[in-house]
Design a protein around this ligand. Structure first.
Ligand SMILES: *Cc1c(COP(=O)(O)O)cnc(C)c1O
Length: 390
């Protein structure tokens, strides 16, 4: 490796690369945000209300759907969606085994059974070709997850769901703004029966706390979800269905409305940084072995995470962390291997692609504020790791 020499530990000044830089994201909107926060504080309207409605309208327009409903988190968006669809005990919901816990956790919390599916190894998304054989008379829905910011294969999945009369709940928590290529390409969260977004601070559109949203084109579903958001109450203190407290704060909605205006610009900055990583890694001779860069398939990848497959992943991650380079493993264990799902009876080896991903994936720091110098430092450290250890 040609550049190994200049990575000699004694000559390189360390450039710290934090895993995230959320405060910098706030700095970009500080003045506007402080004015809005003051306005909300002085309005006395702190939960739901006009700021929330305004955000919901802007969000629905951006995502290309009829309705958006602001809720308390991405998890609660998934939960409210499942509840609005009447999913509960005795039902089955097909979910990828390689995803954040919430996707399957919400299914199980309602007494339904998560039925796991392996992933497609290039995109890490649910392998739609394997969904068919998991469908039983009890299957009510399938939940594709647009992992790391890239759309799952929606067209064949929607066709399959239609044939079997299944609801499609998109977990778009990581994928706001991801868009199918081609004419009329839809946005993440706009394809299925409904879509769920998270505005957890680390997500591409992040609040100053927890928040989420449910997207749909279905008038009846949005009415039900709207009631579920406030304990199933249509008229105050009269309850048609059982819901929860899934309300969103006005402060978060006001802030998200401001941030939404910047999202396209921030997404392009993420994409530019992803492209630069791939170029630098290629130039260093690290791809496709020992590192496989992300594959960009059928959609505009919004790079919530820039995820490599890495040989000797755990050693590399430890090496980078020692050098103040934030990196992460999303996720180290598939859901069918989680202790809490042991009763479902899945054996190790049940989903080889998911299990291989869990052993190999490594996410490098990616955010709009990441500098060229920092990216070079990340790649230099990776070069040094593999040069040192061959
Ligand atoms: C973040 C996330 C969620 C949950 O969102 P919260 O706002 O943290 O509750 C669900 N699914 C996926 C894939 C996520 O990344």
């Amino acid at each position: 490796m040609a550049s190994a020499a200049r990575n000699d530990q004694s000559t390189v000044k360390p450039v710290p690369v934090p895993p995230l830089n959320l405060a910098a994201g706030f700095a970009a909107i500080r003045d506007e945000a402080l004015a809005e926060l003051t306005a909300v504080a002085e309005s006395g309207y702190y939960v739901l209300g006009p700021k929330v409605s305004a955000f919901e309208e802007a969000l629905a327009r951006y995502c290309g759907v009829q309705h958006a409903l602001g809720v308390s988190s991405g998890t609660d968006a998934l939960l409210a969606a499942l509840m609005a669809l009447g999913i509960g005990a005795g039902d089955e919901v097909i979910v990828p085994t390689f995803t954040f816990f919430a996707t399957a956790g919400c299914v199980a919390r309602l007494g339904a059974r998560p039925v796991f599916c392996d992933i497609e190894p290039r995109t890490f998304n649910i392998d739609v070709a394997r969904v068919d054989r998991l469908i039983t008379p009890r299957t009510k829905a399938v939940m594709p997850v647009h992992l790391y910011g890239q759309l799952a294969e929606m067209k064949p999945l929607l066709e399959l769901a239609e044939r079997h009369d299944l609801a499609v709940i998109e977990d778009a928590a990581q994928a706001i703004g991801s868009k199918a290529h081609g004419v009329g390409g839809g946005m993440a969260g706009s394809f299925g029966t409904c879509g769920c977004l998270s505005f957890y601070p680390t997500k591409n559109l992040g609040a100053l706390g927890d928040a989420g949203a449910l997207l749909t084109n279905d008038d009846q579903l949005i009415d039900t979800a709207r009631q579920i958001r406030i304990h199933g109450s249509g008229h105050t203190y009269y309850h048609r269905v059982i819901g929860g407290n899934f309300r969103i704060d006005a402060l978060q909605a006001a802030l998200l409305t401001i941030k939404l205006k910047h999202l396209e610009e921030w997404t392009e900055q993420r994409r530019a940084r992803a492209a630069r990583y791939t170029e630098l890694l290629q130039a260093a001779g690290l791809t496709p072995d020992p590192l496989q860069p992300p594959y960009e398939g059928n959609s505009r990848h919004v790079y919530h995470q820039y995820v490599l497959r890495a040989s000797r992943r755990d050693e590399l991650a430890a090496y980078l962390k020692e050098r103040s380079i934030g990196c992460g493993v999303y996720y180290p264990l598939c859901l069918h291997q989680q202790e809490c799902f042991g009763h479902l009876g899945y054996q190790p080896g049940a989903f080889p692609h998911g299990e291989a991903a869990a052993a190999q994936v490594l996410a490098l720091p990616i955010y709009p504020e990441l500098t060229e110098l920092q990216q070079q430092a990340v790649v230099d450290a990776i070069v040094a790791f593999y040069a040192r250890s061959v």
